[in-house]
Design a protein around this ligand. Structure first.
Ligand SMILES: Cc1cc2nc3c(=O)[nH]c(=O)nc-3n(C[C@H](O)[C@H](O)[C@H](O)COP(=O)(O)OP(=O)(O)OC[C@H]3O[C@@H](n4cnc5c(N)ncnc54)[C@H](O)[C@@H]3O)c2cc1C
Length: 400
């Protein structure tokens, strides 16, 4: 049997690895548009910060794919899928047959429709090529504006600050990490980010990246301006679904996947950031990982359902650890919310329950209990009787 995989990122690589673990004989062919072997994208942040050298970005030794008998063709984009013929076509005009196909094409960075995004000195951060281009330009342009106060924007700002930049963050919403935090948590985080020397401007719509040939700054709605020598746009991601849509697969935001990670077309599976499962496009490593492993089983005919992943993120800014998992800011009634805040210490803990089950948590400023709470949310654990105790600093986590 021949399994063909589109995309050599996390999902493509983990699916290939799992296929080989499960089956010694399956032929595995992976096409990746990027010219580098698999690297975890969080490493790019450390690379920009100067904390991880180029040669340590990669997850596996150089001969790993050969030893696993995984045929990886890098620098090759799949431009066409032909489900009737069971072939894919690459940009060089060649066709390749498959028995089962996995789409693991991930996401691209979104560039919002502002004026001036074509100017020199305007970047996104998704790939190693992006990171290298940012570093090269940054060397002569140390005043950076980061557009977007989500996870990626804050991580990028932190990295460029660590590398000696004069960095500012501009966020459209009225708080940082709008997807992961509530207003109270976001206010604490803003204070910490600013303490780190990164000013944050909230509730600001950028209209133009100004400059001549090169970016020189931002112009906001209302006419205010901010000077900057370079701009990194971190305004979200969008699944890479062009070839899937043209081939007639059902696509909403991502390629629609059922609980066996099957697309709407027989023989074609989908996993990772390109997939939309039960309406969710996660854009996160844990979901990508679980989906790609489950997809590999299903591709081999070993039924392994996937029922979803509780979104969870952790980041560290200025020594402040921030964990957000599950539903943290319920908009509807029917949830019970308990919180404890000591602003001076930068500690904020919040749990969200539904019918006695833990469905969400924010855990900031302390690592004590962080891993345990994250796990309890992932399992939607019943914690009814202990709910108040969990928030106490003295709570004994050893038995949880
Ligand atoms: C800087 C950064 C930091 C991050 N940090 C975190 C974090 O801390 N925690 C977390 O949970 N998530 C994080 N993420 C998100 C995480 O990296 C993604 O969820 C994960 O990479 C998804 O893996 P994937 O394989 O589905 O997609 P991708 O990693 O996007 O890989 C898809 C690959 O497919 C290739 N491709 C696309 N189309 C084609 C085609 N037609 N032909 C051939 N190849 C194609 C692409 O070039 C790409 O290499 C971060 C992302 C970035 C950019």
């Amino acid at each position: 049997m021949k399994a063909l995989i589109v995309g050599s990122g996390l999902a493509g690589t983990m699916a290939a690895k799992t296929l080989r673990e499960l089956d010694r004989d399956v032929e595995i062919l992976v096409f990746g548009e990027e010219r580098y072997p698999y690297y975890p994208r969080p490493n790019l942040v450390e690379f920009i910060a100067g904390r991880l050298p180029f040669e340590r970005l990669f997850a596996f030794p150089a001969d790993w794919t050969a030893r696993q008998r995984i045929d990886v063709r890098l620098g090759q984009r799949v431009v066409r899928i032909d489900p009737a013929e069971k072939t894919i076509g690459t940009a060089d005009g060649r066709a390749h047959p498959y028995d089962v196909l996995l789409l693991a094409s991930g996401c691209r960075a979104v560039v919002p429709p502002l004026q001036g995004t074509e100017r020199k000195g305007v970047f996104v951060l998704r790939t190693l090529d992006d990171a290298q281009a940012i570093l090269e330009y940054f060397a002569g342009h140390p005043r950076v504006a980061v557009l977007g106060g989500g996870l990626l924007g804050l991580e990028t700002a932190r990295a460029l600050r660590a590398a000696g930049g004069e960095v500012r963050v501009v966020e459209f919403f009225d708080r940082l990490l709008p997807r992961q935090l509530d207003p109270a948590g976001a206010a604490i985080l803003k204070g910490q980010v600013e303490k780190m020397g990164i000013p944050v401007r909230l509730g600001t719509a950028t209209e133009e990246i100004e400059g001549d040939r090169e970016a020189r700054g931002l112009r906001f709605q209302g006419g205010d301006r901010m000077e900057a020598d370079m701009v990194v746009i971190a305004a979200g991601v969008q699944p890479d679904v062009g070839a899937a849509r043209e081939a007639g697969l059902a696509v909403n935001r991502g390629v629609v996947a059922d609980d066996l990670l099957r697309s709407s077309v027989p023989g074609i599976y989908v996993a990772g950031d390109a997939a939309e499962h039960r309406g969710n496009v996660y854009g996160l490593i844990p979901a990508s990982f679980e989906q790609s492993r489950a997809a590999a089983y299903n591709m081999l005919g070993i039924e392994k359902p996937y029922s979803g992943t509780v979104p969870s993120s952790t980041l560290k800014v200025a020594g402040l650890s921030v964990m957000s998992a599950g539903l943290v800011h319920p908009a509807e009634a029917g949830y019970e919310v308990l919180a404890r805040e000591s602003r001076d210490e930068g500690v904020y803990k919040k749990i969200v329950l539904k019918d006695g089950l833990l469905v969400g948590a924010i855990w900031m400023g302390t690592r004590k209990g962080l891993a345990e709470v994250s796990r309890l949310v992932a399992l939607n654990s019943p914690i009814g009787g202990r709910k108040q105790d969990l928030l106490e600093d003295a709570f004994d986590w050893s038995g949880v």
